[in-house]
Design a protein around this ligand. Structure first.
Ligand SMILES: *Cc1c(COP(=O)(O)O)cnc(C)c1O
Length: 415
């Protein structure tokens, strides 16, 4: 990409931007929440809309000069409605966390009760973690996955809801490889007269493409990220019904945010347009097929996969049974050296710490964007296994790194 203007002003940042672009080209992005947007989305995000204040919503802004901002936001909303079939969409949240904040502000008062999945079982900070504003503002209890199966324990959730009497139940997760049964959670929410927030941050694209069941039309609120399995650039989104539309819009602006990041809203609009093309459905299907292949590769090598496989774009491996003395961080660091970038992750029933946990999480959205098919992903899985088995052996890491470079060259990015 052309950073000539940056270079003229600020060579240090130009070096870093070029370095990052090269890093992305020459490594395999397997962090499950990451992807590569198109050059069209990058251009929209780098546009002059970054200069524009557009507090308010299309047609009713607090500033003059919003003609093009309105056009961009209206298109983003229209396309999102088409992608997810939602009655009302807010495309202004700066991130998925802000989208969740918008929902909480819309329907909760401080001290109200949130029931959500525990972080180490696959939940998210913004669902009530003590270090997050949610944990500090609301009363939080957490539900769990069944330690034997790795699946959400829906019966235990129903019992817990009965006892805790939450104001909102949060579903949707960061490290959960299975289909979420939205209706079962909706039934629980209705039985205790609680709202249901389905946070589809990770699977926004899979839901849009119809390869994961949709909570839209079931849960009261659906929030998402626009940069994980959908390639619309960094940001968040809220979907809801007409009934809650005003409350959500007021909660985002002026409740939680000031002026929207209109350049990012433009990126969302462009990315949503791309996702409405038939190829996107193929992309989402391939992403899931690739993740299933990756899970198989791990299992064939004797590495335990939480829940025994995956239905979505990510695989969570528990290293303890096969490699009791190897931590997720050991593997993360060795793989990074070999050019495979993923993250150490806690696993259900974690016995180490959140900082140095017992698992690794690997996703296929980025590789699939680069055109990796199942055979190529199988090879990447085998390379990962080699590093897991020999994480402290420099020779292994070097030989894996050489093959990773070849795979990167065979699947170019930002040519
Ligand atoms: C990624 C994620 C979010 C959003 O994170 P941001 O970094 O704020 O965009 C929200 N919820 C879940 C479950 C996530 O995995």
């Amino acid at each position: 990409m052309d950073y000539s203007h940056v270079r003229g002003v600020d060579p240090e940042i130009a070096d870093a931007l070029e370095g990052e672009e090269d890093r992305q080209r020459n490594t395999l992005a397997m962090i499950a929440s990451e992807n590569h947007v198109s050059e069209a989305v990058l251009q929209a995000q780098g546009s002059a809309l970054t200069n524009k204040y557009a507090e308010g919503y299309p047609g009713s802004r607090y500033y003059a000069g919003c003609e093009y901002a309105d056009e961009v936001e209206e298109l983003a909303i229209e396309r999102a409605k088409e992608l997810w079939g939602a009655e009302h969409v807010n495309v202004q949240p700066h991130s998925g966390t802000q989208a969740n904040m918008g929902v909480y502000l819309a329907v909760l008062d401080p001290g109200d009760k949130i029931l959500s999945l525990e972080l180490s079982h696959g939940g998210h900070l913004s669902h009530g973690h003590p270090a997050n504003f949610t944990g500090q503002t609301y009363e939080v209890e957490q539900y769990h996955v069944d330690p034997d199966t790795g699946y959400i324990d829906y019966d235990a959730l129903a019992e817990q809801a009965e006892e805790f009497d939450p104001d909102i139940i949060v579903s949707g997760y960061s490290a959960y490889p299975r289909v979420v049964e939205w209706e079962r959670i909706q039934d629980v929410a209705e039985s205790v007269d609680a709202y249901h927030l389905a946070d589809i941050a990770h699977i926004t694209g899979l839901v849009a493409a119809g390869v994961h069941p949709s909570p839209v039309g079931i849960a009261d609120f659906v929030t998402g990220s626009t940069h994980k399995t959908i390639r619309a650039g960094r940001g968040g989104i809220i979907m809801t019904t007409e009934e809650h539309a005003d409350d959500v819009d007021k909660a985002i602006f002026p409740g939680a945010q000031g002026g929207p990041l209109m350049h990012n809203v433009a990126g969302k609009a462009v990315g949503f347009k791309e996702a409405l093309e038939p190829e996107f459905e193929e992309y989402a299907e391939r992403t899931v097929a690739n993740a299933k292949t990756l899970a198989e590769t791990f299992e064939e090598a004797g590495i335990e996969v939480v829940s025994g496989g995956t239905d979505n774009h990510l695989v969570l491996a528990d290293l303890r049974p096969s490699h009791p003395d190897t931590t997720g961080k050991d593997v993360e660091a060795a793989l990074e050296e070999a050019g495979i970038v993923l993250n150490a992750n806690t696993v259900p029933g974690e016995t180490r710490s959140a900082f140095n946990p017992s698992g690794i999480r690997a996703g296929t959205p980025g590789l699939t964007t680069r055109g990796f098919d199942e055979a190529a992903v199988r090879e990447v899985g085998e390379l990962i296994v080699r590093v897991v088995d020999n994480y402290d052996d420099e020779e292994t890491i070097e030989s894996v790194a050489e093959r990773v470079q070849e795979l990167c060259d065979e699947h170019p990015l930002y040519e």
